[in-house]
Design a protein around this ligand. Sequence first.
Ligand code: CA
Length: 227
Amino acid sequence: MVKPRILVVEDEPAIAETIQYALETDGCEVHCVFCGGVVLGLLQSNTVDLVILDIGLPDISGIELCKQIRKDSMVPVIFLTARSDEVDRVVGLEIGGDDYIVKPFSPRELSARVKAVLRRTRQAPPAPAERRAFELNRAKRLISYCGVALELSRYEYNMLEVFVEKPGQVFSRDQLMERAWDEPDASMDRTVDAHIKNLRAKLKLVNPDSDPIITHRGVGYSLKEYS
Ligand code: CA
């Protein structure tokens, strides 16, 4: 199994060392930094599974830093707070922290919290409402559904792209053919139905509980609005 990679942002060397020792003993790969200024760059250029973030840093407050991290990363964050920072703890969770640990803490408690957050964030993807089921990458001609990259034929991809770009809009077979086929006239009407059928089967493999393509009898097809 790949070791979880933990970034520790803590300006007190003794605390940073304690954390590093505890987590490395527990099978994590740990990288420590002593100020906040380098963190955004590190997160952009490295794979980090979890950040342990001291709120009282010399150059920036951990709260402010977490806000900046959240602008483009959902990496789990555990705050370290002093016992008196009750308000910071609350704010920390409100702005997207996943947990907090109050100093002084035992290495065992820390390890347990880290494991719990990793377990939670690895197993539970964001709720469906917060995240679009379909992700479109035009440059790679790739569409992901519920986080899974679909293996699509050329026409399946073309058609699904049309749907994903305009969720809720109903497309007739003619419109779909016009948009998805190079030579629309060469194909029969039924071809669209056949490709829709294959597409549905592939989507069902990923998520058996949902059928995001809606059939409008005598009219055409659409993609569910919130997918
Ligand atoms: Ca500190």
